[in-house]
Design a protein around this ligand. Sequence first.
Ligand code: NAP
Length: 346
Amino acid sequence: MANPVTQDVREVRVCLLGFGTVVRRFLTMLKDADERIARQSGVRFLISGTTSRHGGFLDPSGMTAGELLGIVHVGCDELPGPAVPAEELISTCAADVIVEATVLQPGGEPASTHINTAFTQGLDVVTVNKGPVAWQFDRLRRSAERNGCRWRYEGTVADGMPVFDLFESCLRSCEIKGFSGILNATTNSILEALGEGRSFDDAVAAAQEEGVAEADPTHDIDGLDAACKVACLANALMGADITPDDVPAESIRGVTAERVMAARESGRRLCVLCSGERSDEGDVHTSVRLAELPLGHPLAGIHGPALGLILHTDLMGDVLTAELDGRVQQTAYAILADLLTLYSRR
Ligand SMILES: NC(=O)c1ccc[n+]([C@@H]2O[C@H](COP(=O)([O-])OP(=O)(O)OC[C@H]3O[C@@H](n4cnc5c(N)ncnc54)[C@H](OP(=O)(O)O)[C@@H]3O)[C@@H](O)[C@H]2O)c1
């Protein structure tokens, strides 16, 4: 009798653009869960190409994640071949789907060009890079439609926490009137450390030690990361057609321990609140700002690496979604979830 796992399992070839922390975690996850994924979804994902700026790999017939990880130079995380320009890789790797996981650049390039190139060649795309959704959503959405391709971007807002999937699958026919959320773990952690009486620099160092803040947390501290997420939500859920440059964003640089403690003493929590709201005229107003939430507010319990979002809908009222530990594992899961949304057969 044929093995029930291999019987009727479709192979899907994946090309990974970027070979950083998220992609490597995704490959480890895929390697560990390969059999379960095949059994439950009827799909096996093979890697037919990947590139960073200093190394590459191309095998149009595809390798399992375990095979690929076996030939990566462990320790220095180096790919076995020379770097391949992303657009060349897209054209030669015979993939069904491109995963865009290169670094975020203001303006959303070159990631948006990578995605558009994939669409013009009839390939589906998954992105965890916020840039294209934040800066070039409408252009890319139309390109996907024109070319009969599909585009998923769950990992662009709050890692693997269901946001776009939640809206599409569980809030059918609802209209999003607005949203409010705590969407940046770095500022969350810094404000909490300030509340323990630390100086701003010590609070940043504590968030870095915890593994929540990056080596250069400028984009988080000054609100650009949160503004990108707000633009992604406003574009994809509310048809706003804005960019992060349209989102007024407040930096937490001037916040002192005294301010955080004073808020707490008055029964409130100081946080960076991301919001969007449709006006009566139909415009979408967005912001990233310091706000004091009453302790009973549903978002006041979102601490440290946790993230939370309330979607204000017309038919279903207010819906809260949250993840309690938003780290690289959850972003890697967002890639897997999007691939399964596109290709799962069961
Ligand atoms: N880390 C998270 O938890 C998280 C959460 C949500 C979203 N994201 C987003 O996910 C994406 C990947 O994050 P990460 O943490 O994995 O970043 P990372 O560790 O900095 O890795 C980025 C990778 O992209 C490669 N790269 C940059 N520009 C490229 C280009 N033009 N062509 C080919 N490769 C290029 C880099 O190559 P080199 O190493 O050779 O420079 C590196 O391999 C980013 O857009 C990030 O904002 C990350």
